[in-house]
Design a protein around this ligand. Structure first.
Ligand code: IVH
Length: 670
């Protein structure tokens, strides 16, 4: 067993090293979550053994050493930090303590996004910007006035009625687009890239040459007033934010005042859902007591106020050990290297597999078996290995070799010239490809066969009973009932689900048959353009290229799909077995349709039509309907009880329509 004293010393040393790289060099080597974990461990150890606390323990200091390259600035009021909550329980405890102390039954809060950038203090004298400083250790920061002056969003002069002297606090950050652009350029120059937007922002802000800062698209959001002379403040935080905005400083449009801690938690969930679509990074939300007088009563502990707390999102990046790499074969034969990991909690779930994309990526990131790797899981995206912690590479790591033969069927693995992806050449001989094709065929957005799970498909393929999608429609209830894990009831349900799926739509069918590179949206475009299957089968490359969304690669895949007798045979069988779809009326020039080029997302329930009706009508007018809100979305149509999509739309400033609004666009008379 390691002695607590030894462990504490080891933790201090690691934390010192990480903090130096993070704060002074703007170049952290490990994900934040790793640092947090070590920090919390040291905190717990010190709480249990207070005799182990030494004055230079990282827990005894908040923030960073000011960098010597900049003049120190002593803050007139210390820049506090925030206590963190990682669970709903911790949030409720915070609220309970605050209510008890304040002697209130309920508190009004302002919920703000927790911007992932760096804190700055801006001092305005008689409305003029005279000083900008980083937070530093909370008491003394660095003078970055010259650099901050280059940020266009920071007014050099405030507007309106301004106090004699006011210090405003906010967060400087780099929007994601600017971050990616900056890294692209650094990479092109063969220079070292930044691991995240915050470090890139810190690097940009602490440039010795303001001209360099000026070329970085930094932005700012303000959230507090620090020191104030000869001026008065409103009585609530929300009004304070409005005042800051009136002076001309940017304030987050996502801030919301709410009446209870339950509403705080609801807002947390909404922002978490919207997070992936925001144009900047947030790492949680901040709850702040709205009433400024109550804040006074509550005061602060150590270096954090009792009236605010940061509710952090689960970390999206953590490190773990890469145990092995295996190759998975997809429905198109593509070999995907999959990382087998020492299980870790990331993005809110425990992950033991992550994609490594392809061999080129493995080489580019120099990933070897045995390495400590950073795993990222953001939103619903498949977890991926993003990089190696090269400083922690053990001596006995092993290179990843691409298999020469398919791990499933043994056929040769081939990699076409110029392609990053290696494929099994076995085609439908390969059971993995057959299974993949079937899984895709029955999936919800394709033929939507309810209850046809992966395990079942595996059995049907392994026994040889099902070779192609058409064979699914020849399965009998008795046959299904005799399979593993199937009872009479589920067999009957499955047969009914298969029967139901036969009444389909052309777009779904085209998507379901699994032409390479033809996703849902392209399938729908093809359906709209050709109206029926025979016309699509006969379409030449030129006709295909005229379809919106279809480029030369897709056109070639479509052609080669229909040139294979085998595929035509399957389609023929599907028809014979009763699969039906209505023809679509082809509109000659789709470019002239009312909604062409417009992308819609539907959420909530509509009154006068189903979502499917609305989707069909939008598509009939040339519009596209997609499942998730992004910056490319033009309209979100919100019915009753809309979900997080509405929140996302609002966060992104996308136009939201109600049913009447949609009808107006569709040209319905009211
Ligand atoms: S208020 C006394 N509001 O988070 C409260 N901070 O973990 C001081 N941050 O140093 C901070 N977004 O750099 C506040 N909406 C927000 C914030 C925010 C990001 C940062 C800030 C602060 C750190 C504390």
């Amino acid at each position: 067993m390691i002695e607590p004293a030894q462990r504490a010393a080891a933790l201090r040393e690691q934390l010192h090293e990480h903090a130096h790289r993070y704060y002074v060099l703007d170049d952290p080597s490990v994900p934040d979550a790793d640092y947090d974990r070590l920090y919390r461990e040291l905190e717990a150890l010190e709480a249990e053994h207070p005799e182990l606390i030494v004055p230079d323990s990282p827990t005894q200091r908040v923030g960073a050493q000011p960098n010597s390259a900049f003049e120190p600035v002593r803050h007139r009021l210390p820049m506090l930090s925030l206590a963190n909550a990682f669970s709903e329980q911790e949030v409720r405890d915070f609220d309970r303590r605050a209510r008890e102390r304040a002697g209130e039954d309920a508190l009004v809060y302002v919920v703000e996004p927790k911007m992932d950038g760096l804190a700055v203090s801006l001092t305005y004298e008689r409305g003029l910007l005279v000083k900008a400083a980083t937070r530093g250790d909370g008491r003394t920061g660095e003078d970055v006035t010259a650099n901050v002056r280059t940020i266009r969003q920071v007014p050099l002069r405030l507007s309106g009625d301004v106090p004699e002297l006011v210090e405003i606090r906010g967060e400087i950050y780099l929007p994601l687009a600017g971050f990616h652009e900056m890294n692209r350029r650094l990479e092109a120059d063969g220079a070292k890239t930044f691991v995240n937007p915050r470090n890139a922002a810190a690097g940009a802000l602490r440039q010795l040459d303001p001209a360099v800062t000026a070329r970085r698209p930094l932005e700012i959001v303000c959230y507090a007033v620090g020191h104030l002379e000869a001026g008065s403040l409103p009585t609530t935080h929300m009004e304070l934010l409005e005042l800051i905005a009136a002076w001309g400083l940017p304030v987050s449009s996502l801030n919301q005042r709410v009446d209870s801690i339950d509403d705080c938690l609801r807002q947390y969930a909404e922002l978490q859902a919207a997070r992936e679509e925001l144009p900047f990074e947030i790492d949680g939300v901040v709850y702040k007591v709205d009433d400024l007088a109550i804040r006074e009563t509550l005061g602060q502990v150590a270096r954090a106020p009792r009236w605010a707390i940061a509710h952090k999102f689960p970390a999206e990046e953590v490190s773990t050990r890469l145990l092995d790499v295996e190759f998975q074969v997809g429905r198109t034969g593509a070999l995907t290297p999959v990382a087998r990991l020492d299980p870790v909690f990331v993005g809110g779930v425990t992950v033991s597999n992550a994609t490594l994309h392809n061999m080129d990526e493995i080489e580019r990131k120099d990933v070897r078996i045995g390495d400590r790797v950073v795993v990222r899981r953001a939103g619903d995206v498949i977890p991926e290995v993003v990089r190696v912690l090269i400083d922690e590479r053990p001596d006995d790591v092993q290179r990843v070799e691409q298999p020469a033969a398919c791990p499933v069927c043994g056929s040769d693995v081939v990699r076409a010239e110029g392609e990053a992806i290696a494929r099994c050449s076995g085609g439908l001989v390969c059971s993995a490809q057959r299974e993949g094709a079937l899984r895709h065929f029955v999936s919800r957005r394709a033929m939507d066969v309810d209850g046809m799970g992966d395990k079942l498909i595996e059995q049907l393929v392994a026994s040889g009973r099902v070779q192609s999608p058409a064979d699914l429609y020849t399965l009998t209830q008795d046959e299904l009932a005799s399979l593993e894990r199937m009872g009479e009831k589920s067999a009957a349900n499955l047969v009914a689900a298969l029967e139901r799926s036969k009444q389909t739509e052309l777009g779904r069918l085209i998507y379901a048959i699994g032409i390479r590179e033809v996703g849902e949206v392209t399938a729908q475009s093809l359906a709209n353009a050709f109206g029926d299957l025979p016309a699509l089968i006969d379409a030449d490359e030129e006709a295909l290229l005229a379809v919106p969304d279809v480029g030369p690669i897709v056109a070639r895949h479509v052609r080669s799909f229909f040139e294979q007798e085998q595929n035509l045979g399957v389609l023929e069988s599907l028809r014979e077995l009763g699969v039906r779809w209505p023809k679509i009326e082809v509109v000659e020039s789709p470019a002239e349709q009312a909604l062409s080029g417009k992308t819609f997302v539907l959420t909530g329930s509509l009154e006068t039509m189903t979502r499917d009706d609305a989707k069909a009508r939008i598509q009939a007018s040339g519009g596209k309907v997609t499942g998730s809100v992004s910056r490319k979305t033009d309209y979100v149509v919100a019915g009753a009880d809309p979900g997080s999509k509405l929140a996302k739309a609002e966060a992104l400033g996308i136009e939201v329509l109600d049913e009447a609004g949609l009808r107006a666009l569709l040209g319905d008379a009211d």
